[in-house]
Design a protein around this ligand. Structure first.
Ligand SMILES: CC(C)(COP(=O)(O)OP(=O)(O)OC[C@H]1O[C@@H](n2cnc3c(N)ncnc32)[C@H](O)[C@@H]1OP(=O)(O)O)[C@@H](O)C(=O)NCCC(=O)NCCS
Length: 239
């Protein structure tokens, strides 16, 4: 008979269990020689997390996601870690803490993981101002990107950036993401619905080259073209 008994909800992991690794740890080195470690955020990170967020409040505010519901209570650090763990265990997200020099310096958050015919995800990130400019974030994105497109078997990675965020636009440029267009009123950031530019990479774009290798190659070629421009400028016109 209808409505007598409710069926228990089926929990279907978003990611294929055989390819899903959680807790996940990934490590590497930036093209500038800094070490980078990606790992889950744990309750033990509470004091360090709060201290780095407090010290960088002004730096992060223009780019931080906000709740469109002004009455929503702020989340405690413990609640945040609980949500991260549940999402990661279900294959919906890879919420990773970013360490460099043995210190918690930021986050690389993979979300909106969808399988089926889409096999896509989005990545967001931030880093402490104290380590900005050392390519810690591009390296973190490259490390997790190789994991997602390799072991997890995703096909596409998307990153959305406010047009004013020149530092973040540099991150996708260094990794060779493709611009996909403008998304008006896309995300609730710093208290309002903000326009974003969308960038993506598919497996085809990489043509078999790991994202970490692509970052190193593009960084080296940017470096050499900057050096040749500097030599040309020093020599002056006509040389
Ligand atoms: C965007 C961000 C994640 C870049 O991370 P990063 O590890 O510093 O990345 P990079 O080292 O490749 O530097 C990227 C750009 O930051 C800028 N930058 C470099 N050194 C800097 C410094 N000391 N202080 C501020 N900005 C600096 C430069 O524009 C650089 O691009 P360039 O190398 O072409 O000059 C970081 O600036 C950040 O966390 N910003 C605040 C939060 C944010 O914007 N998150 C992303 C939302 S989409």
């Amino acid at each position: 008979m209808w409505g007598r008994r409710r069926r228990a909800p089926r929990t279907v992991p978003t990611a294929a269990p055989s390819t899903w690794v959680w807790p996940l740890r990934l490590s590497g080195t930036t093209p500038t020689g800094a070490d980078v470690l990606l790992r889950p955020l744990t309750l033990a990170d509470g004091p360090a997390f709060q201290s780095v967020r407090r010290a960088n409040a002004e730096w992060l505010e223009p780019w931080d996601a906000t709740s469109p519901d002004p009455s929503a209570p702020p989340r405690s650090f413990g609640e945040l870690v609980g949500i991260y763990d549940a999402d990661a265990a279900a294959g919906r997200a890879l919420p990773l803490a970013l360490e460099s020099g043995g210190r918690l310096v930021g986050q690389v958050n993979v979300g909106s993981i969808v399988l089926g015919s889409f096999r896509s995800c989005t990545i967001g990130y931030w880093v402490s101002r104290a380590v900005a400019g050392q390519m810690v974030v591009p390296t973190g994105v490259a490390l997790v990107g190789d994991h997602l497109l390799g072991r997890v078997g995703l096909h596409r990675i998307e990153i959305n950036i406010r047009p004013e965020n020149t530092a973040s636009l540099a991150v996708v440029r260094k990794l060779g993401f493709r611009p996909e267009g403008r998304r008006p009123h896309y995300l609730h950031i710093d208290g309002a619905w903000r326009e974003h530019l969308s960038f993506a990479l598919t497996v085809e774009d990489l043509r078999g080259e790991p994202l970490t290798a692509r970052l190193a190659r593009l960084a080296a070629s940017e470096h050499s073209s900057q050096q040749s421009l500097a030599r040309h400028t020093e020599a002056g016109p006509g040389h």
